[in-house]
Design a protein around this ligand. Structure first.
Ligand SMILES: [Fe+2]
Ligand SMILES: [Fe+2]
Length: 422
C-alpha cells in the first residue's frame, strides 16, 4: 500500500481488497461457477462462520474438487480476481473470427465438462440407491441456461464437436442442453426452463435400474429385451418421486419422454396434447441426439440428415408444428454441420441465421481438395465468392465418413475426446 494512504478495512463483492488480500480483487460467486484454475480467497474469521460459504483458501485444481465442495453442501465462495475484471465479467469473445470462435467454444466446453462430471455423479449415486437432491442438477442447469441464453449456437456447435466416449452421460447433458436452447427459443420462462433442463438431465435415470447386459448390448435387441428397456421411463418416475424433492412436471416429463404424437410410444401409449410439453421437447432432443451420436452399433448421421429423418416422422412421432419449430430453432444446417459451399470449399456451420436459414455463418476450414486451410469465419448471407457470386451451401457431409477431425480443422486444439470416462 502506498505510504501516507489511510488503511481501509477489507471489502468484499467486486471491490479491491488492500489490507488482507493484497492487490487482488475478490468476488463472491456460486460454488457451481467454480472452475479449475480459480483461486479461493483467504477470508477473515467472521466470514468463516457463514455455514454455506466455502472458505478453504487455495487453487481449485479439478472439476472433481468442485463436485466435492458442492457435495459438502457449500453454495457460495469468494474467489480472487486478478485486476479490475475477471474473465466472467469481460465481454464474451466475439465469434466473428476463428480465434474468437475458438475462445467461445473453449468457455462453453468448461461448462459442458462440469455438467458431464455432475451427470456422472448423479447417475452413479442413483445406481447405488443414494439419495438425490434438487440443488446439484439445478446448479448445472443454471450454468447451461446462461450459455444457451448468451450463445446458443456455440453450445450447439460444441455438442457436435465433442466426441466423448461415454454416451450414457453425454446423452443426458446433450438432451439437457438442447432442451434448454429449444425452451429458451420457444419463450419458456426462466423457472420453467430450469425444471425442463433438470428433466432433460435426468430423463434416462430409470436406466440405472436396468440390467447392464441389456443396456450395453451391441446390436439389435430381442423383443423381450426391448420390453425391459421400455421400463425405464416409469422406473425413472418412481426413482425420482421417492426423493420427494422433484416437482411433478419433472416427474411427468421423465415418465412421458418416449410417448409419441400418434400414440405408438410407451409406457402408456398416450397421444397428441395429452403428452406434456416438457416431454414433447425432450423426445425431440432425445431422438436428435441419439441419431447424431456414435453408438457401438451405429455411426452418427449428420445434423442435417437427422433433421431430414425426423421431419419424415412428423405427424407420427412428433406433431408437425412442433417438429417445424425444432428445425427453425436448430436451423436447416444446425451449428456443427460440415457443409460444402458452391465455391468448392468445406466449412463448419457456427451460427444459424433465422432470417435466412440457407445462409448461416460458417468457419471455412478446407479447400476444394479437402486440404486444411487457415480457418476463417464467413457470413454466407453477406460474403461473395472469389467469382463475385453469392455463397450457398450445396451439400452436407458426415465428417466421420471422411475421417475428419473437425476440432483440429477449426484450430480448437485437442481435448474434445474425454479420456477414460467410464
Ligand atoms: Fe429414454
Ligand atoms: Fe434418452
Amino acid at each position: 500500500m502506498a505510504a501516507g494512504l489511510p488503511m481501509r478495512p477489507a471489502r468484499v463483492g467486486n471491490n479491491r481488497t488492500e489490507s488482507e488480500h493484497g492487490p487482488n480483487m475478490i468476488k463472491k460467486i456460486p460454488v457451481s461457477k467454480l472452475v479449475p484454475g480459480m483461486n479461493v480467497a483467504k477470508m477473515r474469521s467472521a466470514w468463516k462462520a457463514v455455514p454455506h460459504l466455502y472458505t478453504t483458501a487455495g487453487p481449485i485444481e479439478s472439476a472433481e474438487q468442485v463436485q466435492e465442495i458442492l457435495g459438502q453442501g457449500y453454495t457460495e465462495v469468494f474467489i480472487e480476481v486478478e485486476g479490475p475484471e475477471h474473465e466472467t465479467d469481460r465481454p464474451r469473445p466475439r465469434e466473428d473470427t476463428a480465434q474468437g470462435l475458438a475462445k467461445a467454444v473453449a468457455e462453453a466446453k468448461r461448462i459442458y465438462d462440469l455438467s458431464l462430471h455432475t451427470a456422472k455423479t448423479i447417475l452413479r449415486n442413483a445406481k447405488r440407491g443414494d439419495r438425490l437432491d434438487y440443488e446439484t442438477p439445478k446448479m448445472v442447469v443454471e450454468n447451461v441456461i446462461n450459455l444457451a441464453t448468451n450463445s446458443p449456437d456455440t453450445l450447439l456447435l460444441l455438442l457436435k464437436l465433442s466426441q466423448y466416449d461415454d454416451y450414457t452421460y453425454t446423452h443426458c447433458v446433450n438432451v439437457m442442453s438442447l432442451a434448454v436452447v429449444l425452451g429458451r427459443q420457444w419463450g419458456i420462462n426462466d423457472g420453467d426452463l430450469e425444471r425442463l433442463g433438470i428433466a432433460g438431465l435426468l430423463h434416462d435415470i430409470g436406466k440405472t435400474r436396468l440390467p447392464a447386459m441389456v443396456l450395453n448390448k451391441r446390436g439389435p435387441l430381442e423383443p423381450e429385451e426391448f420390453e425391459v428397456i421400455k421400463r425405464h421411463p416409469l422406473d425413472g418416475y418412481l426413482l425420482l418421486s421417492k426423493q420427494k424433492c422433484f416437482p411433478s412436471d419433472i416427474l411427468t416429463a421423465v415418465a412421458e419422454h418416449h410417448e409419441r404424437h400418434n400414440g405408438t410410444g410407451y409406457p402408456n401409449g398416450i397421444s397428441g396434447d395429452s403428452i406434456c410439453m416438457f416431454a414433447k421437447i425432450l423426445s425431440l432432443c432425445d431422438v436428435y441426439d441419439a441419431l447424431t451420436s456414435i453408438r457401438p452399433y451405429k455411426g452418427p448421421v449428420s445434423p442435417y440428415e437427422a433433421l431430414r429423418i425426423m421431419y419424415g416422422m412428423r405427424e407420427r412421432h412428433f406433431k408437425t408444428k412442433e417438429m417445424e419449430r425444432f428445425i427453425k430453432c436448430l436451423g436447416v444446417f444446425p451449428a456443427g454441420s460440415l457443409v460444402r459451399l458452391n465455391s468448392g470449399h468445406y466449412a463448419v456451420v457456427c451460427k444459424t441465421n433465422s432470417d435466412d436459414p440457407l445462409h448461416p455463418k460458417v468457419c471455412v476450414c478446407m479447400d476444394k481438395k479437402m486440404r486444411p486451410v487457415m480457418p476463417t469465419v464467413t457470413d454466407l448471407s453477406t460474403a461473395l465468392t472469389a467469382g463475385g457470386e453469392r455463397f450457398s451451401v450445396v451439400d452436407s457431409l458426415n465428417p466421420l465418413e471422411h475421417s475428419l477431425d473437425l476440432p483440429s480443422l477449426l484450430g480448437l486444439g485437442h481435448g474434445f475426446v474425454l479420456q477414460g470416462s467410464t
